[in-house]
Design a protein around this ligand. Structure first.
Ligand code: AN7
Length: 359
């Protein structure tokens, strides 16, 4: 009998394609290897013959895709002798930075827009014991400050301008190809700072260059209507959306994201908060997959483009669900405000009546 080595994270799995050496101390929480779930009910409901898969990145250790980039960024920061990391964040990066810093035994500083990050993200960042610095400004302002302060203090930036973040995140594309045996025809994802679309495109390109797959997907980037600089074709100053994760007006990976769109023959589009929330609820109700609002932009976009025919029938589509729905309990409760739990007497009769009333 062969003993199977237990899974120890994406750096170990893809170490040949990542910038680590045999002696690198790997800082990992066994991130990656997230499920690729084929939707069963929604394609039938829209009456289209398509294969839609969701890459559920909300099942990473801190509940978002950021763990992929953070294992790599923190591994390299530690290798380079850094004792502190810093990031600006709409919430998920801060949680990931805090967790991997805890794992590494170094310090994490996170700059967040006051009052604009989801409750779960704040709670986990506190638990991981990061130093949280709230600013009375948005993510873009925080990002600018982080870039400045890194010139004045011994801290390593772990936002996606750190190239090791992109290296880690490109492994999501590898996993999809390894699992399907091919690259999808279309890859749909939410776009905020645009690090992730950059990373996926890099991953697909590396695999295509090495002939691991014969094709590369069309890249479709979806934004919230109030925070859609790629749709506007220019940076915007006061982004607003209920999907706080992507409340970003000055994306750092601007040029890389345009390259991904152009080289893949893809497009950007934007969706209202109502459309994003509807997609989030639909995915929960009809597929049992609970992602956070920002993540649902990928499905909102895919469905619109499938229904319009822009994405033709017969296509294989992957939507990245970037974060877990549990991170934003306040939005979830608002989404279900009409589905108040019934309160009844603790008796068999009352429970029986409550069930029969609903059938
Ligand atoms: C759930 O945490 O920017 O286009 O500071 O949390 O790579 O920025 C989060 C971004 C999509 C957008 N979905 O990804 C942060 C942060 C979720 C996110 C995005 C984010 P990028």
């Amino acid at each position: 009998m062969t003993t199977q080595k237990h899974y120890t994270g994406l750096i170990e799995r893809y170490r040949d394609r990542l910038p680590v050496s045999a002696t690198t101390r790997i800082i990992s929480l066994n991130e990656g290897r997230t499920p690729l779930i084929q939707l069963q009910n929604i394609p039938r409901m829209i009456g289209k013959d398509v294969e839609i898969y969701v890459k559920f990145e909300g099942l990473n250790p801190t509940g978002s895709f950021k763990d992929r980039g953070m294992t790599m960024a923190v591994t390299k920061a530690v290798e380079d002798g850094s004792e502190a990391i810093i990031c600006a964040s709409t919430g998920n990066t801060s949680a990931a930075a805090a967790a991997y810093a805890a794992r590494a035994g170094i310090k994490a500083f996170v700059l967040i827009p006051e009052g604009k990050i989801a409750l779960g993200k704040l709670a986990q960042t506190l638990m991981y014991n990061a130093t949280i610095i709230q600013i009375n400004g948005n993510f873009d302002k925080g990002m600018a400050l982080v870039k400045e302060v890194a010139n004045h203090a011994p801290v390593t930036i772990v936002n996606s301008i750190n190239p090791f973040r992109i290296e880690g995140q490109k492994t999501a594309a590898f996993e999809i190809v390894d699992e399907l045996g091919f690259a999808p025809d279309y890859h749909c994802l939410p776009v905020g700072n645009a690090g992730n679309i950059t990373a996926y495109w890099k991953g697909y390109n590396e695999y295509a260059t090495d002939r691991v797959c014969g094709n590369r997907p069309v890249m479709c980037g979806y934004q919230a209507a109030g925070a859609a600089p790629f749709v506007a074709g220019m940076m915007i100053d006061n982004p607003e959306t209920v999907a706080t994760a992507i409340r970003i007006g000055h994306p750092q990976s601007w040029d890389f994201a345009w390259a991904a769109q152009k080289e893949s023959g893809g497009w950007f589009d934007k969706f209202s908060d109502e459309q994003i929330l509807a997609a989030q609820k639909m995915l929960s109700q009809y597929e049992g997959v609970f992602c956070e609002p920002a993540s649902a932009a990928s499905l909102a976009g895919a469905l619109q483009d499938i229904i319009s025919g822009k994405i033709p029938e017969g296509s294989k589509i992957v939507c990245t669900l970037t974060g877990n729905g549990i991170k934003d309990p306040e939005i979830a409760m608002q989404q279900c405000a009409d589905a108040k739990p019934v309160t009844i007497d603790a008796s068999l009769d009352a429970v029986k009546r409550a069930i029969l009333d609903c059938l």
